[in-house]
Design a protein around this ligand. Structure first.
Ligand code: ADP
Ligand code: MG
Length: 476
């Protein structure tokens, strides 16, 4: 396909090019703003000094002519409004891609998102052309009214010359100063529209520029079929600018099909550890292996094809339910497969109740769906991908008890026959894990099954008892 290597880079490049244009415009705008404002204030002072009567006339006539021009401009406003809407659309495509970065990467959505961006951008460009044409038409109209204002000034000057004896010389000087005033005003008003539109889009685009292009790995193949044995070997990682490693010389392994739970206080490094598996984070030292092969030696696409993820913040993209379940590289799945996934995620009944069914739009920011429904949609997405390895990062933390129970059912189905790394903030959800790792200060403080850790009477046991008490209190 067109996107073979450095897909993310290509995507980012597109945004960067647009962002550069915006940066140039922004700098120019600020310069013009300061320079022209100073010029205007100074010129007005000079005008008042020369003849306050003439100046008053000018300042009565000018607003009238501008208001008239404005009325004409309103007719052309619809075009501008369309442009702004298109801008909002583009910003949404860009920001969805940023927020959904991990989903785009894991579900191979590069091509899909780039296409969308290019499409929206193309439409935006056409609208911008129309707006430019409209602006060009507006200019002669404005100037006609400015001429009217000048005529008024001349009339006043004629009157003054007969009454006060205004000389030709001082009138010429006045007109000279007045003429100088028009240019800065025109430049200022001409600036307003474009500036606003550019700045809106710029904000969202700039945040992407800092992202680095992901390095491709070597092209070692995974032995097929992929079994999904996962091993972390003496992994250490500190984030930039920190001396304290978040993960410190940590090792563990999960056999194919096993569930390993990561438990620990917020900030103990659980997400960091999970993010190493799809190489969202590359550890400073140590290795992560899948079926005995260092993931650093796999190319990203092969690696990420093996991993699904359901996390606390469900990312849904603009589009239909079907688009979101069979997302990105999985859009070729049949309706039957999508329905089967929805069924397993206990979402099929809900989708059937919608008039548009699979084609129902999830709506902007997915406000049509409840938290639990969004979560189940993410589970259906992971089911469609059907990968041997699964990451659940606090997948049930945003839910109330009832939807949590429903989700847990869907998750149990999803976890069947997959190697699963589960991070749960409620310990009741991980009792069946093959092994539970309690993380503290970047290391494994305790390790064992639920029962073993309870018997140990350490940190896990006290966390568990605390939660159990809280829960009992909450239900009374
Ligand atoms: N991208 C990052 N840059 C810098 N620090 C980070 C980053 N991600 C996480 N951290 C820090 O690393 C620590 C562990 O974070 P995390 O792995 O998210 O913990 P957990 O998932 O257990 O709550 C926290 O102190 C967090 O602030
Ligand atoms: Mg976390």
């Amino acid at each position: 396909s067109y996107f073979k290597r450095g897909d993310t880079g290509r995507l980012l490049n597109r945004f960067t090019i647009d962002a550069n244009t915006m940066a140039t415009v922004a700098t120019e705008v600020i310069t013009v703003l300061v320079r022209e404002s100073i010029a205007i204030v100074a010129l007005i002072a000079v005008l008042f000094y020369m003849s306050w009567q003439l100046t008053l006339i000018v300042f009565i006539m000018l607003p009238i002519s501008f208001i008239t021009a404005r009325i004409v401009a309103l007719r052309l406003k619809k075009i501008n409004r369309d442009t702004i809407n298109m801008n909002a659309e583009m910003v949404r495509v860009v920001s969805e891609t940023i927020e959904g970065e991990r989903v785009v990467k894991l579900f191979n959505g590069y091509e899909h998102e780039t296409e969308r961006f290019v499409y929206v951008n193309g439409r935006l460009r056409r609208f911008a052309m129309r707006a430019a044409t409209a602006n060009a038409a507006l200019s002669p109209i404005t100037q006609f009214f400015i001429s009217l204002a000048v005529a008024g000034v001349v009339a006043m000057a004629l009157y003054q010359s007969s009454v006060d004896g205004l000389t030709v010389g001082s009138f010429a000087a006045f007109l000279g100063a007045l003429a100088q005033l028009f240019d800065p005003i025109r430049r200022l008003t001409g600036m307003a529209g474009t500036t606003q539109r550019m700045l809106v889009a710029a904000e969202s685009v700039f945040s992407l520029i800092d992202a680095e292009v992901e390095p491709e790995g070597a092209k070692t193949a995974l032995p097929t079929p992929v079994k999904g044995n996962v091993e972390y070997r003496q992994v250490t990682h500190a984030f930039d600018g920190s001396d304290n490693p978040v993960v410190n010389n940590l090792s563990f392994s999960a056999k194919s099909g096993q569930t390993i739970a990561l438990v620990g206080r917020s900030g103990s490094g659980k997400t960091t550890l999970a993010n190493m598996l799809p190489r969202f984070i590359v550890p400073d030292s140590g290795q992560v292996l899948i079926d005995g092969i260092d993931i650093q030696d796999l190319d990203l696409r092969t690696l990420r094809a093996q991993i699904s993820m359901v996390s606390q913040d469900v990312v849904l993209f603009e589009g239909s339910i079907r688009d979101n379940v069979a997302y990105g590289g999985y859009s070729g799945k049949t309706d039957e497969e999508v329905w089967a996934a929805l069924e397993a995620a206990s979402l099929a009944d809900f989708v059937r109740s919608l008039p548009e069914g699979l084609n129902a739009p999830v709506g902007e920011k997915a406000n049509m769906l409840s938290g639990g429904q969004r979560q189940r949609l993410a589970i259906a997405r992971a089911l469609i991908k059907d990968s041997p390895i699964l990451i659940l990062d606090e997948a049930t933390s945003a839910l109330d008890n009832e939807s949590e129970w429903q989700i847990q059912n869907a998750l149990d189905k999803l976890m069947e026959n997959r190697t699963t790394l589960v991070i749960a903030h409620r310990l009741t959800t991980i009792q069946n894990a093959n092994s539970i790792l309690v993380l503290e200060k970047g290391q494994i403080a305790e390790q064992g099954t639920h029962q073993e850790l309870l018997n140990l009477g350490g940190m896990y046991a006290s966390l568990y008892n605390m939660e159990f008490t809280e829960k009992a209190d909450g239900e009374q």
